[in-house]
Design a protein around this ligand. Structure first.
Ligand SMILES: CC(C)(COP(=O)(O)OP(=O)(O)OC[C@H]1O[C@@H](n2cnc3c(N)ncnc32)[C@H](O)[C@@H]1OP(=O)(O)O)[C@@H](O)C(=O)NCCC(=O)NCCS
Length: 256
């Protein structure tokens, strides 16, 4: 299955939004009362947000949902969900949806797209930092409370905030050359590949909780020192490592 056979476009019709809600349920396995409902999908594009779908024939293979945000007077987009249906994963479709999202955001006048991600998800961290060029320098402890999603394994929903500065040197260099600009690594935070298995089984869940807690402390300490996650390494066994350093660009809405 290649991503090329799939059309990525803005969703506009109720039927599109219904398909997004159904795929959301399939991908995360949420209980019905934890699903983002149809009415939010249909509202988002009307208020400066985005619902982007990837379609193959009549099947929705993936979607992204963003809602508008505002920080210190600066409008930005918060990308709340990105999902790719199982058989279509690891073919570049998630990245393709994000790149469409970027173009659409720039066309709407946005500079920044943000989203949160679970720092224990090795694949997502790699996609966000290495393939898209997002950075992360904020950490939210147990952002959504403990959810019913099996992906979460009953752990607190700790999240890193990905900041995707759409026209930064970092992103433009990465998109044009395949590599982000070099930086001096000052800190590393490791996530073992076994984390998925540990989360999945009640008898090993404590090990996953220990990694989460240890890494939480490392991230909070590093961010307090002004470091940001700027890179991500994967080894041959599937282990992941965040690489932290000082970002040499001054994109920020924090103090502005
Ligand atoms: C996250 C998700 C949207 C990614 O979609 P996708 O279409 O598989 O993503 P892509 O193929 O564009 O990119 C994934 C990258 O991670 C790599 N990857 C795959 N498995 C990996 C692993 N175990 N560890 C590290 N990287 C991995 C892929 O090789 C690919 O990189 P490449 O382009 O250099 O080959 C999809 O996996 C998904 O729906 N997951 C469940 C929901 C979720 O977690 N959503 C995101 C948070 S809201």
């Amino acid at each position: 299955m290649t991503a090329e056979a799939i059309a990525v476009r803005n969703c506009t019709e109720l039927e599109d939004f219904r398909a997004c809600v159904a795929l959301q349920k399939e991908v995360w396995g949420f209980a019905d009362n934890e699903l983002v409902p149809l009415r939010i999908f249909s509202l988002a594009p009307k208020i400066g947000g985005q619902v982007i779908g990837a379609w193959t024939g009549g099947t929705l293979a993936g979607f992204a949902l963003s809602i508008p945000g505002n920080r210190n007077g600066h409008p930005y987009l918060h990308s709340h969900m990105l999902a790719v249906k199982e058989p279509y994963r690891n073919t570049g479709l998630g990245r393709r949806i994000k790149l469409f999202q970027r173009e659409d955001a720039i066309a709407q006048g946005y500079e920044l797209l943000e989203w949160t991600f679970d720092p224990l998800e090795i694949k997502n961290a790699y996609l966000n930092l290495e393939r898209l060029g997002a950075i992360a320098r904020r950490y939210n402890i147990n952002q959504y409370g403990i959810t019913s999603s099996p992906l979460q394994g009953s752990l607190p929903t700790d999240r890193l905030v990905a900041e995707w500065w759409l026209t930064s040197k970092r992103v433009e260099t990465l998109l044009s050359s395949g590599k982000h600009p070099a930086f001096a690594g000052e800190e590393r935070v490791a996530v073992p590949a076994d984390i998925y298995a540990w989360k999945a089984h009640p008898e090993t869940r404590q090990k996953a909780a220990d990694v989460q807690l240890g890494n939480r402390e490392k991230f909070l300490a590093a961010f307090a020192r002004g470091l940001a996650c700027l890179g991500y390494e994967r080894d041959a066994n599937g282990n992941g490592t965040f690489l932290l350093g000082r970002w040499d660009e001054d994109w920020s809405y924090a103090g502005k």
